[in-house]
Design a protein around this ligand. Structure first.
Ligand code: NDP
Length: 449
């Protein structure tokens, strides 16, 4: 049995109840086969694949807090510190009722390779809780965040582990968590990224993931002799990544015609009104149906069931899934291909199922996975860490220019890695290989730890 198959078997036996984690490991290890085969004896002896698929540590804890009615609520908190071979652990905090150990482990595992791809010195980790911020008052959010940090602070630090935002964790939540960390540790340090501008945040961090996704997509199009100008784009989600992806796509001359949230989706053939979107989502924190109610060109569709991903049935040139994992399945991929889609780039983490990814690749769609395409967020978080260490703040333009350079660099790194191993155009394999090689070289140099 090949080394990859042996390790896949072991990982399945050890984690039978973690489907998302197994999905991520299967996808990554399968695409690493050419590199592993070229180094099989050495990697097997050093147990490289066993070590890279086992987190350094996983922390789970109780998060008790009191709601506005005086009722005590209890959530479960997580931090998975996956690999710090090339820098302190870095990865977001997800607050969503679906959060469990499998999801946090899959995200932490992917983060290792993504962070490596940015070329910046950051290891991989992820955290979160099954807490649902929807419908909670500011007071309840603060109580939850303070309780969460009262345990988490023991394991993090500016040179140890630097969490950031993710689904359900925006500037408000990061602010409450930062305040509690500072209070408990009596230490003003860059322990979290995504902070407010008045207390150590970086300009352009809010926009970074969405903007970065578009910088990479633009480079991909350019290298295939195309431009963004005049292209029609489908985006899913309507949170941080989706909003700024839509904004940058339109600045580049494309027309974004869809968005979604967990209850429904919109089709706006005139192109999304970004200001209205921000008003509905960022100011009112309302549902997308309110966008459609305020704009005559937009149609709102209720989501019929968990498998209703209506946005992928619209005819577009480019599709950018920016909501959550496994939101683009094989049927969606077939609909996109039938409608002539040219490129699919993932703003979210693992939004495309393995079958859908394969179908898109087999049908000549230029497909770039989240590890490369959404790395702009964490790259800019690392730039926030640099600014905190220097105790300086860079201008929006300076951060944005660096972000653009990093995303263009990532596109070429994954393209080159795919070509080097005879898989030209397979950007998924290219991203995994480019990210993996750097981490493995650092692990080998640091001995058996
Ligand atoms: P937000 O919480 O700001 O937005 C998430 C969006 O996705 C919302 O529109 C939400 O709808 C929708 N969504 C979430 N869960 C589901 C679900 N189970 N079914 C359908 N829709 C859902 O998160 P972000 O925009 O920050 O993150 C989106 C994705 O991008 C995630 O996969 C995240 O891990 C990834 N990512 C984010 C980065 C960042 O910098 N923010 C960096 C790199 C990756 P609703 O409001 O109804 O829940």
């Amino acid at each position: 049995m090949s080394y990859v198959d042996e390790v896949l078997e072991k990982v399945k036996q050890k984690n039978p109840d973690q489907p998302e984690f197994l999905q991520a490991v299967t996808e990554v290890l399968n695409s690493l086969r050419p590199v592993v085969e070229a180094n099989e004896e050495k990697y097997r002896k050093l147990a490289i694949l066993e070590r890279i698929t086992e987190p350094d540590r996983q922390i789970m804890f109780r998060v008790p807090w009191v709601d506005d009615n005086g009722q005590v609520q209890v959530n479960r908190g997580f931090r998975v510190q996956f690999n710090n071979a090339i820098g302190p652990y870095k990865g977001g905090i997800r607050l969503h009722p679906s959060v469990n150990l499998s999801i946090i482990k899959f995200l932490g595992f992917e983060q290792v390779f993504k962070n490596s791809l940015t070329t910046l010195p950051i290891g991989g980790g992820k955290g979160g809780s099954d807490f649902d911020p929807k419908g909670k008052s500011d007071n309840e959010i603060m109580h939850f965040c303070q309780s969460f940090m009262t345990e988490l602070y023991k394991y993090i630090g500016a040179d140890t582990d630097v969490p950031a935002g993710d689904i359900g964790t925006g500037a408000r939540e990061i602010g409450f968590m930062f305040g509690q960390y500072k209070r408990i540790r009596d230490l003003y340090e860059g322990v979290l990224t995504g902070k407010g501008l008045s207390y150590g945040g970086s300009l352009a961090r809010t926009e970074a993931t969405g903007y970065g996704l578009l910088y990479l997509t633009q480079e991909l199009m350019k290298c295939h002799g195309e431009s963004m100008e005049g292209k029609t784009v489908a985006i899913s989600g309507s949170g941080n990544v989706a909003t700024y992806a839509a904004q940058k796509a339109q600045q580049m001359g494309a027309k974004v015609v869809t968005l979604s949230d967990s209850t429904g989706w919109i089709y706006d053939p005139e192109g999304i009104d970004i200001e209205l979107l921000k008003e509905v989502k960022e100011v009112k924190r309302a549902r997308l149906s309110e966008y459609a109610a305020a704009r005559s060109s937009a149609e709102y569709h209720d989501k019929k069931n968990a498998d209703d991903h209506g946005v992928w049935n619209i005819k577009v040139d480019i599709a950018l899934p920016c909501a959550t994992q496994n939101e683009l399945n094989l049927d969606d991929a077939k609909a996109l291909v039938a409608n002539g889609v040219k490129a699919v780039c993932e703003g979210a983490n693992m939004p495309t199922t393995i079958e859908a990814t394969e179908y898109l690749q087999q049908n000549g769609v230029w497909f770039v996975g989240g590890k490369a395409a959404n790395a702009g967020g964490v790259a800019t978080s690392a730039l926030e860490m640099s600014q905190n260490s220097e105790r300086l703040s860079w201008s929006f333009e300076e951060v944005d220019q660096k972000l653009k350079g990093i995303m263009v660099g990532i596109y070429h790194a994954i393209d080159d890695a795919a070509k080097k191993y005879g898989m030209e155009g397979n950007y998924v394999a290219g991203a995994n290989i480019a990210g993996f090689e750097k981490v493995v070289n650092a692990m080998i140099a640091q001995g058996v730890v």
